[in-house]
Ligand binder design. Structure first.
Ligand SMILES: [Ca+2]
Ligand SMILES: [Ca+2]
Ligand SMILES: [Ca+2]
Ligand SMILES: [Ca+2]
Length: 248
C-alpha cells in the first residue's frame, strides 16, 4: 500500500473497518515474511474507511454522522488495485449489503489518501451489486481476453462474474458487462459431506493451479455442521472448490 517495495497485507473485518499490515524487511527464522501490527485504513480526513447509508456514493462527507456505527456496512472487505491506471493503489471494497464500490486514492503511490465517499462501479446502466449480500471479490482475467474481470461470492453461495469490456484509461476505471452467474447457489448440506457445490458466504480467488497459463477459480465456503447427541453441537467449517474455465 505504501509503494516501498515490500508487500503489505490488506484485510477486512466483521466489524466493518479495513486494516493494513505493512510488510517489514527480512524474514523470520522459519523464512516467513514479517508484518507490522495492523493499523486501521483511514480516509484523507482521518476517519476509518467505511461504507454504509451515510457514506454511499453521492452523499457528501458532511452527511456522515459521527459515531454512526450501526449504520456502517458490516464485513467490509477490500482488494487493492490501481483501478484508474494512474499509478497508485485504489481499494475495491465489498460489504454485507453486497455493494461493490471504489475507494479512490487521491494521494500518491507512497502516501495514499483515500476519498471518504466510495464510488459506484458501473456495469452497463447498473452498479456492481450482489443482491443476496456479502460481496467478496477477486480481480483478474477469468475470461482470458486480457481485460480485467470482477468475480464475487455472495451470502447464498452463488458466484458472479462481471466481465471487463473496456480497459481503464487515465482517470477512468474499466467498464464491465452485465453480471453472469458462474456458480449457482446450493442447498446447504448439514452433513459433513459436501453438497454438490459451495454453501454460503463464498469467497472466490483466481490462481493457475496446474500451470497451464489459464487461471482456475477457487471458491471457499462456509457451512455449519450439527451433530445431535445429548446436546446439539454445531461446528463451522468450509471447503475450497476448484473450477476450470471451459475451453472454447
Ligand atoms: Ca489509482
Ligand atoms: Ca489516484
Ligand atoms: Ca477478462
Ligand atoms: Ca490453469
Amino acid at each position: 500500500m505504501d509503494g516501498d517495495g515490500t508487500e503489505d497485507l490488506v484485510t477486512g473485518s466483521f466489524g466493518g473497518v479495513l486494516y493494513v499490515l505493512y510488510g517489514r524487511d527480512g524474514r523470520d527464522a522459519g523464512g516467513l515474511r514479517q508484518f507490522a501490527p495492523p493499523v486501521v485504513l483511514s480516509d484523507l480526513t482521518g476517519d476509518p474507511l467505511c461504507m454504509g447509508m451515510y457514506r454511499t456514493a453521492g452523499a457528501s462527507a458532511d452527511a456522515v454522522r459521527p459515531g454512526a456505527k450501526d449504520e456502517r456496512a458490516r464485513m467490509l472487505t477490500a482488494v487493492p488495485f490501481d483501478w484508474d491506471g494512474d499509478g497508485d493503489l485504489d481499494l475495491v471494497a465489498g460489504e454485507s449489503d453486497g455493494r461493490i464500490m471504489l475507494f479512490e486514492n487521491d494521494g500518491t503511490k507512497t502516501e495514499p489518501e483515500f476519498l471518504p465517499v466510495p464510488k459506484k462501479i458501473r456495469a452497463g446502466r447498473k452498479s456492481l451489486w450482489v443482491r443476496s449480500g456479502h460481496s467478496m471479490m477477486t480481480l483478474g482475467d477469468w475470461t482470458g481476453d486480457g481485460l480485467l474481470d470482477v468475480i464475487s461470492g455472495s451470502r447464498n453461495g452463488a458466484v458472479f462474474l462481471w466481465a471487463g469490456v473496456e480497459p481503464p484509461s487515465e482517470g477512468t476505471g474499466p467498464a464491465f458487462a452485465k453480471p453472469v452467474k458462474l456458480i449457482d447457489d446450493h442447498e446447504e448440506s448439514e452433513a459433513a459431506a459436501p453438497a454438490s457445490g459451495p454453501a454460503r458466504y463464498t469467497q472466490p480467488h483466481l490462481a493457475d493451479l496446474d500451470g497451464d497459463g489459464r487461471p482456475e477459480l477457487l471458491v471457499g465456503d462456509f457451512r455449519m455442521e450439527s451433530s445431535k447427541g445429548e446436546t446439539e453441537t454445531r461446528k463451522a467449517h468450509g471447503f475450497i472448490w476448484v473450477y476450470r474455465r471451459p475451453k472454447h
